[in-house]
Design a protein around this ligand. Structure first.
Ligand SMILES: Nc1ncnc2c1ncn2[C@@H]1O[C@H](COP(=O)(O)OP(=O)(O)O)[C@@H](O)[C@H]1O
Ligand SMILES: [Mg+2]
Length: 288
């Protein structure tokens, strides 16, 4: 087992003395799919910026502890050097768009990396296909919808072949179908290409089919980090961020609490439907 992202006793303040991250310890395994959860203001974005090296290299501030990403000590590296390994889709994704047209945007991320024009053309084509933007090559970036811009930023990042992918609320501008298809793509990149994925997402049901680890933050503190099912149970039992628990899981946890029944860790709606059906049948038989 190799650790791709490690925070050790990491604390950070944009401006002294308000600690936005407070003594955080996190380990993300290489090739795993992790999800950062927590209410607004918890420090999720700051954590992403930390892993990308923008904290502290761009934002300054004061920090303590260590951050290693792909074996690199971020404090001793540069954002530019880290970007060769870590691809980041910011929450504020529009700030990442810098050119006129869709194809220029993807090509731009590959400039100054010593990649041949033929290879650039190929990667532009491939990544636009991956995010569903084929046919938009000549369109102006400004003419795209929010969801299309979000997917274009992802294409630009994917074109650089990152080993680690950080995405901060990448579905905020997507509809449910777009969300499902984005996570299908991320799940595929994770499983087929062994890319380590760390995503901030509120839509827990959307990430459940793919996630290995949930990381729950609140108020700058790491509350709990474990398997998705253990973190969901923890959230329900300790009444932390319960509004984010998907309705089917609320039902599952409630039924388990009020009966001796134990469901499997539902990753897909279909799992839930099958087991609920079985549960209701057994209950009906009991009462017959
Ligand atoms: N550039 C900044 N300067 C000062 N404080 C900031 C800055 N960005 C975020 N914060 C503060 O840091 C805290 C955590 O913010 P953030 O990491 O954006 O949380 P989240 O993404 O979980 O909503 C908040 O209190 C926020 O106001
Ligand atoms: Mg945020």
């Amino acid at each position: 087992m190799m650790i791709d992202i490690a925070l050790q006793d990491f604390s950070y303040a944009y401006t002294h003395p308000k600690k936005v991250l407070d003594n955080i310890n996190i380990a993300v395994e290489k090739g795993s799919f992790s999800v950062i959860l927590g209410p607004s203001g918890a420090g999720k974005t700051t954590l992403c910026l930390t892993i990308a090296g923008a904290v502290p290299h761009y934002f300054g501030g004061s920090s303590a502890g260590e951050v290693h990403v792909a074996g690199i000590n971020t404090r001793k590296s540069t954002m530019h050097h880290l970007a060769l390994t870590v691809g980041t889709v910011l929450q504020d994704y529009e700030t990442q768009l810098v050119t006129m047209t869709v194809e220029e945007e993807v090509a731009f991320s590959l400039e100054n990396r010593g990649i041949s024009p033929e290879e650039i053309n190929l990667r532009v084509k491939e990544t636009l296909t991956k995010v569903g933007l084929t046919g938009y090559e000549k369109e102006l970036v400004t003419s795209l919808s929010g969801g299309q811009k979000q997917r274009l930023v992802l294409a630009s990042v994917l074109a650089t072949n990152p080993k680690i992918l950080i995405l901060d609320e990448p579905t905020s501008a997507l509809d449910p179908e777009g969300t499902e298809s984005l996570y299908r793509l991320l799940g595929n990149l994770n499983r087929e290409h062994d890319i380590t994925i760390l995503v901030v997402e509120h839509d827990i049901a959307a990430v459940l089919p793919y996630a290995d680890q949930f990381i729950l933050l609140e108020n700058g503190k790491l509350i709990f980090s474990n398997t998705p099912e253990n973190v969901l149970s923890f959230m329900a039992n300790s009444h932390v961020f319960i509004e984010a628990i998907p309705p089917l899981w609320q039902l599952k946890l409630m039924l388990e609490q009020h009966s001796s029944y134990q469901f499997s860790p539902w990753r897909k709606e279909q799992d839930a439907i099958l087991e609920l059906h079985q549960f209701l049948q057994e209950e009906a038989n009991k009462n017959a």
